[in-house]
Write a new protein. Sequence first.
Length: 356
Amino acid sequence: MTKLMYKKIIRPIFFQFDPEKVHYFTFSLIRTLCKIPFVSSIFRSLYQVNDKKLERTLFGLTFKNPVGLAAGFDKNAVLYNELANFGFGFIEIGTVTPKGQIGNPKKRLFRLKDDQGIINRMGFNNDGIAEAIKNLKKNKQRVIIGGNIGKNTDTSPENYTQDYLAVFKELHPFVDYFVLNVSCPNVGSHTKLNDKEYLIELITACQKLNAALSNSGLSKSRPILLKIAPDLNNQQLDEIIALVAETKIDGVIASNTSTNRDHLKVSKERLEEIGNGGVSGQPIKNQSTKVIQYLAEKSNKSFPIIGVGGIHSAEDALEKIKAGADLVQIYTGFIYEGPSLIKKINKAFLDTNFTN
């Protein structure tokens, strides 16, 4: 019933308006509804699946279920408490940068309805670390929180690592794990962020800070993951596997948005009108799964993988798990399918005896 209402009534109305404006309207709507007595408990009863069999333990954290919300949806950590009502096992906030920044010029978010996808070139728009922390202090401990972190657009190359470390240090007491976002196609100096030697430098610096903060007693050591692009070739994926082995980073998120626009149903004219940006949703489903499978098989499943990209159904999620993912994240599928998608995935995991 809730899925039918969303797809037949709510989504068609939302899709008549600018995607970014709808995003912020939806945020306001969910926050307002959850302030009404009993509404949060109604959402929980409709969407949550609570079963010990869904629990998943990875890098020292116990996730109540394997379905998470990917970074980019709640950039400033303003809605994670309310979003937890919809049954997520974990929510990733960000990308958070040291200073607030407005991102790329609007219009910068576009629906590909026939492809069930989205193109975005947001450019790490966020309110900065101070605002994120202010919001994270309101954490009601309903769900595991990941902190996706990045650099400011105007930061010079020699100071990239300092940007990551600044956010890492300040966020450390307030998130359960970190994600180093080095693969977003919508920020400058993408090349350096994918250079193996630089990644070793960045990861090592974050690990040293992690150990220092943990040893000081300020907060426990946090798992650190690397988010990679779906467009990497096999040689580059081999480098990622070697990188994980060398640095002992805790895991990989595969994958970010794609710059590949092959096989899209949308016209070339429309794509030219949209301009540059990363593709998410169904168009990158297969490539994301291939990346997960390659990493899992070539590494002999030696590190955890969070699978994301084109999950619009329970079958899509199961495909990611079978390919080698330990957890999954949704974003575009959440927009196209609505909150019932989370429940459908978790019930499918139970029905197929998916256990820890």
